[in-house]
Design a binder for this molecule. Sequence first.
Ligand code: UD1
Length: 378
Amino acid sequence: MTRTIKILCIVGARPNFMKIAPLMRAFSATHIPIEAKLVHTGQHYDVAMNEQFFQQLGIPEPDINLEVGSAGHGKQTGQIMIAFEPILDIEKPDAVLVVGDVNSTIACALVAVKKGIKVIHVEAGLRSFDRSMPEEINRVLTDQISDLLFTTEEAALDNLLSEGIRAQQVFFTGNVMIDTLYANLEQAIPAQSTLSNLNASHLFNSSREFAVLTLHRPSNVDDPKVLAAILDTIVEISKKCPIVFPVHPRTQKQMEKYGLDSKLHNQTIVLSGPLGYLELLGLIQKAKLVLTDSGGLQEETTALGVPCITLRESTERPITVIQGTNTIVGSDPLKIVQTVDEIFETGGKAGRIPPLWDGEAAGRVADILVAQLCEKQE
Ligand code: UD1
């Protein structure tokens, strides 16, 4: 008989929600002997950054919420660890599953491994090779202490092997974030209605062309000079093509702190707070191009065949550049404008969908977990 195993699944920040949704669904299938409980660290807590994703993606209510909220890296990571440790004593899970690369990921993985509980990392092995990124530290450390590592693209295996991880621990299962994208394409809220809610219907009347911008990396928004230069560039681009800019809370705070928010008050830049998953999906589907420093959007644009300009010096997701629609440009204004012009002239890279980005990744993760954790221990 296959024994049932208990897994605590961790979420904390916005990009975790799209990854956990298909996994929770896969684990709830009757033939899968996994009892999954959802733990929310509370790293993100605003309705716009949190609740609306649970609703739109049909994620079950968290069984446990640690309610840690915002703080500096050390304090936030520490508070998650302190709050999570007693949960493990009460729940006594067989394994803890973490996704992605946020502070909640490393914090919960670290507490679990020290208690001798197996750690499962979904979206393992991605490397930007830029250790000034907090996420890169979280990735490297989480992978080092994980027992089972699930990867989204083939390059991740080489990264893991070169860091001493054994090949038997690593499983190339594809991209759970793209599972969520395919599962929600039909429900995506049409760009037209989101633009109309933002009083920007006119963007749909003339050339019907617009760009979407997202920006939140500390390296882009925490230094006033860098942020001002990016915003000036955005204003330049908006003269050619209207830009929809849903502003991350960190970026909003920094723009206000440095008195830069007024730069964007013009007719062709549409500002909003963070949008829901279905609103953003509808917008990027119809966008001429996406400018971003997000990891998830680099993948989502590749899956949708929409040109993406990444405002970072490197990417941990090289497949989006090699096979997808992504171009890495950094924060150099000239390069950004040149790349936008190129996309307008040529339509951008055609791209193709990477292997195993097929909407079935979470099912593969569930099957492997059953084989590795339930059946091996009989
Ligand atoms: C975190 C992740 C990042 C991810 C991003 C997506 C880490 C190290 N970073 O960055 O990888 O791409 O989430 O959003 O884990 N805030 C609010 N409301 C919220 C959440 C945050 O106002 O619900 C504000 C707070 O001022 C907070 C700031 O945003 O201090 C930053 O939040 P935090 O979770 O520390 O990092 P993010 O920049 O969101």
